[in-house]
Write a protein that binds this ligand. Structure first.
Ligand code: NDP
Ligand code: PMR
Length: 366
């Protein structure tokens, strides 16, 4: 059966690889409607005078996409960034290295691989008495070369435990704070990725994301009596990361279905482009780290710089044109944003509900 290939990166931008790959994987192309969105708006002088600064929490703001987003937002002068990071000193140094002024950010410790730390973070944030206007769930780990699973403090496989379960508890708790905000546009953003979407070429590179019937997750994802993988299979670090991204995208949609109408909060996810130079690939073999950036730059043409990716995520945080809820944003090669389509699994409402209910139980909310 032919799969539908969704152009998360502009079809026009990489014709050679696309044509060959499409043939190989027997994929068909479906046209994409693109909407052009301006850069972060700084021209609303009227609004600026009356509006207080927005407060945005960015998890994993100590490097890569998170840091670039913090920088882009700080530069507008309209945002105070709460850098939610596991390494306090690294975060402070990172903010300094990109020139974020002291008055534009606060660092609060957060280790997503510990639910206790997530709860402590929420308490510390509340004690600061800052309102919360936007939450960005960005942090992630990727362990592609691990032969054996590692585990979070509560004993969940580390990639899904950090990228999904840690963020799930964080966003569920902070939803209450978002609800209280009087900011004109409140948002909860969970970073997704192309590699979790099997309706793309990148998502068809093995091992493919697949949550199956979630039996491994339901049994605790602890590698003891149960499997450390969501689908109940053998451990595979690369797959675990892709699975965690599917969880991120499903969670955003379930949030949208449950809370958008009632709260007015915008729930969104995105694929910012392939930021091949970030720390995400730190555990990969040296040859991969050497070849991956030129491969993405010159062959797939999916590469974006950290700076450009940061501007894209900053747009999802603050652009008045990107208030639609339940959307998975992507960008064309001319950097215009469009509403992208998720794969069948990443948009499966039944699976999203099941994931939500099992995750609630695992993090102690049900
Ligand atoms: P980086 O490794 O540069 O950034 C990841 C951040 O997550 C780091 O700041 C890291 O902290 C933090 N982090 C990791 N574990 C924890 C934890 N237990 N608690 C708190 N923070 C933690 O990678 P990227 O910037 O590339 O990744 C950011 C997001 O972008 C991820 O969600 C990733 O899936 C997504 N993405 C990345 C793409 C890419 O091509 N790079 C493509 C598509 C999506 P520390 O600095 O201490 O290590
Ligand atoms: Mg992938 C056609 C385009 C394309 C894009 C946009 C990406 C993005 N990749 C593409 C194609 C391919 N990649 C092809 C044809 C191959 C086989 C040679 C390939 C391989 C590959 C590997 C081994 N790609 C990778 C890896 C990783 O280890 C990365 C990964 O899956 O991390 C989870 C990765 C990525 N490719 C991307 C992006 C964005 C990644 C990082 C993934 C992420 O953050 O989700």
């Amino acid at each position: 059966m032919a799969l539908q290939f969704q152009a998360a990166l502009n079809l026009r931008s990489a014709p050679a690889i696309h044509k060959k790959a499409l043939k190989k994987w027997n994929l068909t192309i479906r046209a994409q409607t693109a909407t052009t969105t301006p850069e972060i708006r700084q021209d609303k002088t009227e609004q600026k005078k009356t509006l207080r600064k927005g407060n945005v929490i960015v998890t994993g703001a100590s490097s890569g996409l998170g840091l670039a987003t913090a920088k882009a937002l700080a530069e507008t002068g309209e945002w105070h960034i709460i850098m939610a990071c596991r390494n306090f000193l690294k975060a402070e140094r990172a903010a300094k290295s990109v020139g974020i002024a002291k008055e534009n950010y606060t660092t609060i410790h957060l280790d997503l691989a510990s639910l206790e730390s997530v709860r402590q973070f929420v308490e510390n944030f509340r004690n600061s008495n800052m309102p919360l206007d936007v939450l960005v769930c960005n942090a992630a780990v990727y362990l592609p070369t691990a032969k054996q699973p590692s585990f979070t403090a509560e004993g969940f496989e580390l990639s899904v435990g950090t990228n999904h379960l840690g963020h799930f508890l964080l966003s569920r708790l902070l939803l209450e704070d978002l609800k209280k905000s009087d900011y004109p546009s409140k948002r909860l953003i969970i970073v997704g990725s192309i590699t979790g979407n099997t309706n793309t070429l990148a998502g068809n590179v093995p091992p493919k994301a697949n949550l199956g019937d979630l039996r491994g997750l339901a049994s605790g994802l602890n590698g003891g009596n149960s499997s450390p993988m969501i689908d109940g299979g053998d451990f595979d670090g690369a797959k675990a990361h892709k699975d965690s991204k599917v969880c991120n995208m499903l969670t955003m949609q379930e949030f949208h279905r449950r809370y958008h109408e009632e709260t007015g909060i915008t729930f969104a996810s995105l694929y910012p482009g392939c930021i091949a130079t970030t720390g995400l690939f730190r555990e990969h073999i040296p040859l991969f780290r050497l070849l991956f950036p030129p491969f993405q730059k010159y062959i797939t043409k999916g590469y974006v710089s950290e700076e450009e990716a940061g501007k894209r995520l900053a747009q999802v945080v603050s652009d008045p044109n990107l208030t639609k809820s339940g959307v998975y944003w992507s960008w064309n090669s001319n950097s215009s944003s469009f509403e992208n389509q998720l794969s069948k699994e990443a948009s499966d409402a039944e699976k999203a509900l099941k994931l939500w209910e099992i995750s609630e139980r695992l993090v102690g909310l049900a």
